[in-house]
Design a protein around this ligand. Structure first.
Ligand SMILES: Nc1nc2c(c(=O)[nH]1)N[C@H]1C(S)=C(S)[C@@H](COP(=O)(O)O)O[C@H]1N2
Ligand SMILES: [Mo]
Length: 243
């Protein structure tokens, strides 16, 4: 069985243990009762699975839908007009981009799977946004920079990519997901989408891109996950990355 994310802050967890155990019982019935009961169960659970900081609902027979993850409790919504994305560190030209700035830049669209390391996967998700590489070009990294450190306005989560990974054409500063602006729960107004890697690399509520001398391991990487979170060839890593 796929590993669970290690224990997270359960401050925002509305899925109580009894609820989950009860639903697991229903899930067993669903296997007997067939697909229709599973559909009903998925519908009934929809409000719950959107708030699941523990990842426990991934044990339930929900089908291919996104789970909501946050290592912090509630994250304050960021007004689109107030949003800023800073680009700093070892750069010639630091940046401070508004959402409108980002929307005016060249947009890249991808249709790719999203796969959490705990085992759930959403196939063929439409994504759109600015290539991280484009923002790096604008910032003119110093020759001493080899990596980027990504920070979130949740105040806690961080991620990292080597400069080479960050410049891949399938790594987006995503403004859209599922054919709509990225919702708050999914990390909006702006999140990262690292198509060839597991979900934990796709930092939500993106607020900062910092150029660093070395890779600085991110939140889950400090807790045992691989810094290079490549998904197997199933997610297109070995295919044309622009496709
Ligand atoms: N800021 C922040 N970004 C995050 C996380 C998080 O807890 N906080 N969880 C990561 C993990 S483990 C996954 S699988 C995806 C889940 O994205 P979703 O909540 O849109 O389904 O977000 C990733 N980015
Ligand atoms: Mo994940």
């Amino acid at each position: 069985m796929a590993p669970e994310h290690p224990a997270v802050d359960e401050g925002g967890a509305p899925v109580g243990r009894r609820v989950v155990l009860g639903l697991l019982g229903l899930g067993a019935l669903g296997i007997v009762g067939g697909a229709r009961l599973q559909d009903a169960l998925s519908a009934a659970l929809a409000p719950i699975q959107t708030r699941d900081p523990t990842g426990l609902s991934s044990l339930l027979p929900l089908g291919n839908t996104f789970r909501y993850y946050s290592v912090t409790g509630a994250v304050d919504e960021q007004d689109a007009g107030e949003y800023r994305l800073s680009v700093s560190g070892l750069v010639g030209t630091p940046g401070r981009h508004t959402l409108a700035d980002l929307q005016a830049m060249p947009q890249t669209q991808l249709v790719r799977d999203f796969q959490c390391v705990t085992g759930w996967r959403v196939p063929d998700v439409p994504w759109a946004g600015v290539r991280l590489g484009h923002l790096l070009d604008l910032a003119a990294p110093d020759p001493t920079a080899t990596a980027v450190r990504l920070t979130s306005f949740d105040g806690t989560y961080t991620e990292s990519l080597s400069l080479e990974q960050a410049r891949r054409p399938d790594v987006l500063v995503a403004l859209r997901m599922l054919d709509a602006p990225v919702t708050h729960d999914h990390g909006g107004p702006v999140r990262l989408y690292v198509a060839p890697m597991y979900g934990y690399k796709s930092l939500k509520w993106l607020s900062g891109i910092e150029l660093t001398e070395e890779v600085v391991p991110g939140y889950w990487e400090e807790r045992g996950y691989s810094v290079d979170g490549w998904v197997g060839s199933s997610n297109g890593r070995d295919d044309d990355p622009t496709g």
